[in-house]
Each structure stands twice: as C-alpha cells, then as structure tokens.
Ligand binder design. Structure first.
Ligand SMILES: Nc1ncnc2c1ncn2[C@@H]1O[C@H](COP(=O)(O)OP(=O)(O)OP(=O)(O)O)[C@@H](O)[C@H]1O
Length: 489
C-alpha cells in the first residue's frame, strides 16, 4: 500500500473510491502503530503473527520475532483477542490489566474478503496510568464526595430524637408520652397540637423512631418555610420540564423520599387550600401525580402533622378543609405549654446544661433553688425553646458554675408593657404601677431578699419572681439573693 498523495493530487485520487479507502486504512494503521503503546495481530488460531517491537518489549520479548507463533496469552497474559476471534465482535474500548499497570485497548476481528474471521488485531491505545490518572483520580474523588453526600442525606432523614429525649415527668408530660407511645404502635395519621417550642418536633421524631417504620426515612417539611409556589413540587415532586430554570430536570417530592417511612408536616395550618385537596387524596388513595406529570406514583407514607395555630378555628373560618382536618385528627396529641408543667423545669435545665457541656466543653452548670423558682414563675411564651435560649445565654454571660436568679432575671422578657410607657393612665396601668411599687417597697424593706419580700406580702416566691419579670425589676448580678430595683435595661 502506498502513502497518501500530496493534497493537490488528492481530489483526483478521491474519485478512485477503492484506492482512497486502501490509503486511509494504511494510514490509519500506521498512525495507530506509531502513536499507540503497542500493536499485535493474531491468526485464526490466536497465535501471534505480528507484534511491534515496543509492545513485545513491554511483555519481556527483546526480539519481537521470539513472540511469533506463540498463543497470544503466552505473550500477553490478559489478552482477550481469543474471544474476539471466537465471537467476531470487536471490543472498541477496554481496560487490560498488565504487570506495569492497566492499558486502554481496542480489539478488532480481521476478516477475509468473504467475511470469514482470519484473526484479530489489538491496539494498546495508551497507558491508562499515565494518561488517565488525573481523570480517574477525579472520578474517585467525585465518587467519595457522592458517597459522603448520600450518607449525610440519609443521616438527615433519620430520626434525631427518641422518647428518652422528651424530658418531663409532670403528669401532663407523662400523659403526652403515653399517648405518643400508643401512636407509635399504630399507622394512622397523628396530629400534634401545641404552642411554639413545646416539643412537637421532638415528639414526631420519637414516634417515628419507636414505630415499625423506624429503619425507613423520616422526612420533614415545614409548610410555613416554603413559598407557596414551590410547595406542590416540594411535596409531590415535579416532572422534567414542569419548571424552567434550576428545576428543569425535575425533582423528587418529599412523599416519594419518605416512601416506607414517615412524613412530618410541620405548621400544617399554613398549607394552601388547593394543596389541602391534593393531600387529602394522597391520604385516602396513597397515590398522587407529580407536578406536570400524568404518571401515578404510589407511596406508603405515615403522616405526622403539627401546628401551633388553632386548626379548628381555621376549619370554622374555611381556611382549613374540614375533611382533611378529620383525616389528620385521627390521633391528636396536645402538648402542654411549659408554664403548665413548671415542675419539669429543673429536669429540662439539667438536660440542657449536660448537652451544652458536651458540645461546648467545660463543667456542667447548675441552677440554685432561687433560680429554679424564678424560672418556674415565668410565663415562657416561647416554651422549651425559649428556656433553652435563656440557659445558653446565661452560660455565655456568666462563669459561675451555679447560676442563680441574679444571672437569669435580666434574660427573661417582661410580659407586659411597662406602665410608664402607656400614653394615658387607666385603671390597669394604675394597678400595675401600684403593684410594682408594692414589690419595690417589700424588697427595700427586706434588703433585696426575694424570699423575705415574698413572705412579707404573703405570696409565693415563684409568684413574686413572675411579677418582678412583669414589672421589669431585676436582680443584681453581684449580690447573691439581693436585688437591685429598676427597669430592665
Ligand atoms: N420535652 C422536651 N424535652 C427536651 N427538649 C425539648 C422538649 N420539648 C422541646 N424541647 C426542645 O425545645 C426546642 C423546641 O422543640 P421543638 O422544635 O420540638 O418544638 P415545636 O413544638 O416543634 O416548635 P415549633 O412549633 O416552633 O416548630 C428544641 O430544642 C427541643 O429539643
């Protein structure tokens, strides 16, 4: 076979189809032979009939002639040319292990004019270690990252709390735990009702982890935290193309992610009416369609819904569907506000301090009796979440191992607007002013000691503290048990 002619003559030669093909084949072979790591040709018995010097050398044959006539595996131990000869099928790209590292190879059958297989040819295209190692390292890294991301996602979909994390032995707390433990043995929807920060999420996790679905995902969606326009896709998923922009590939909804497990729908009262209808259908039929899709998806999910709103009132005003309310309300559990279970406060403080010491280091703090009495007298509009915040701030602001009312009182928010701030005096303001004065006088008479001042007025210490918070009176941080009077600053 001859070389390609100069470009000027190429046009004339291209007219000769057969010859042009032969040139191309010859040129291709030379290119492979020159630039590849090696070339080998075997006959119909898979004996080596040709091998280039570089390739022979790689397999320990100083003289390529020594490799000729040998079965190919004697020369290249992991060769698959025998399979190519047997099947007649090419292997266009493969990785072949050798002692010096892997090679990227191409194997092609050789046929005669009648199409019968007369042998095979193998090219080692390049040394994988040398040429592909940056790519392979990158793929390896991406694989590791993917595994880590999957693990952290799975972690995020596992329950964080069990019943042990729900602290409280007040009768109201025990009753909540009893009801929740019963709910864990069933599979019907659960509705958790309670003010913000009362532990609805803790309880939802605990119910899931004690249920038969514990080994499956627990997926959470807060209706109040997602813009209305995105909520349907978040819940039910979206077909590819249902969206423009970032979501154009489609997305899997929480119902599908929670399949087999539990879906915790927080702030269910914020679910728009149109989606309430769709949710009701899923609860009844256990199937739904993703946004922009006709395909029916089945999902076996247990719903735990929670709300801090007055759901029944929303039903009455038409903001929440009655049928959905009754479907969700099969098992409803009302979590009491912290002010109604103030006997849990000491145990909650101990738990929070133990957790803080574990995460932040340092000694486990405690609260003295006066501090506990103060906390028990406070209203806790933010419930356990607020208690936790107050304790965290107190540990940040003070180095004392034992915290008392002096450290805690400035951190509690007054429950009523200060009487002085009212624009015109009225009966309530006058009464508040009178009460404040009374407290101040009692404190002054008892040298700032709350116990004595409370006894003097004939009220309990907790009530006294509660009123101090209301009136913005505070305790001096440097006088244990003594008080400095004045508005909260
Ligand atoms: N009984 C409890 N025992 C221990 N920690 C609790 C308890 N209840 C609440 N907490 C803690 O209080 C904080 C708020 O709890 P959680 O998020 O469960 O309240 P929530 O009722 O779901 O509030 P929201 O309605 O605002 O979502 C969390 O840090 C939680 O760990």
């Amino acid at each position: 076979m001859s070389d390609l002619p100069p470009a000027s003559a190429l046009g004339a030669h291209l007219a000769d189809y057969e010859q042009t093909r032969d040139w191309a084949i010859a040129s291709l072979f030379r290119s492979f032979e020159t630039f590849s790591e090696g070339t080998v040709i075997v006959d119909a018995d898979t004996r080596v009939v040709w091998i280039n010097a570089r390739y022979a050398d790689r397999f320990g044959f100083k003289d390529p002639a020594d490799a000729l006539g040998r079965p190919v595996e004697e020369v290249i131990p992991s060769s698959l040319l025998r399979e190519v000869v047997r099947t007649g099928k090419p292997m266009l790209l493969d990785l072949m292990p050798t002692r010096g590292g892997s090679l990227v190879v191409t194997r092609l059958p050789l046929r005669d004019e009648a199409g019968l297989i007369v042998g095979a040819i193998g090219f080692a295209l390049y040394d994988e270690v040398r040429s592909l190692s940056p790519l392979i390292a990158k793929v390896g890294r991406l694989n590791d990252e993917l595994a880590a991301a999957r693990e952290s996602l799975a972690q995020a979909r596992r329950a964080k709390y069990t019943f042990d994390n729900f602290v409280g032995s007040a009768p109201a707390s025990e009753e909540v735990k009893r009801q929740a433990q019963r709910a864990a043995t069933m599979d019907s929807p659960v509705l958790l009702l309670g003010e913000t920060g009362t532990g609805k999420e803790v309880l939802a996790h605990a119910i899931h982890s004690a249920s038969r679905r514990a080994s499956k995902p627990l997926v959470t969606l807060n209706m109040a935290a997602i813009p209305e326009a995105l909520l349907e896709a978040e819940l039910f998923g979206a077909a590819a193309g249902a969206y423009t922009g970032a979501d154009r590939k489609g997305r899997v909804g929480k119902f599908q992610l929670a399949d087999g497990g539990t879906l915790f729908l927080d702030e269910i009262g914020d679910l728009p009416l149109a989606l309430q209808a769709k949710l009701l259908r899923v609860l009844q039929d256990k199937e739904f369609e993703a946004l922009g899709s006709n395909q029916v998806v089945r999902s076996d999910v247990r719903i735990i819904a929670a709300t801090s709103a007055r759901l029944l009132q929303q039903v009455e005003t038409g903001a929440f569907r009655a049928d959905l309310f009754y479907r969700l309300n099969v098992l409803s559990i009302s979590l009491p506000p912290l002010r109604e279970r103030s006997s849990d406060i000491a145990a909650l403080c101990a738990t929070v301090f133990a957790e803080l010491a574990a995460t932040e280091g340092g000694a486990v703090r405690r609260i003295d009796a006066g501090g506990i009495a103060l906390l028990q007298g406070y209203d806790w509009p933010g419930n356990v979440r607020e208690l936790r915040n107050v304790l965290e701030r107190a540990t940040m602001l003070s180095d004392h191992p034992v915290l008392g009312a002096a450290e805690l009182l400035p951190l509690l928010r007054p429950g009523l607007p200060s009487p002085q701030r009212a624009s015109a005096p009225n009966y309530a303001d006058a009464m508040a002013g009178f009460e404040k004065q009374l407290l101040e006088d009692a404190l002054a008479a008892c040298n700032g000691r709350v116990i004595d001042a409370a006894a003097r007025l004939g009220i309990g210490r907790a009530t006294f503290y509660k009123k101090m918070v209301l009136h913005g009176l505070r305790v001096s941080a440097n006088q244990e048990g003594r008080l400095l009077q004045g508005p909260l600053g």
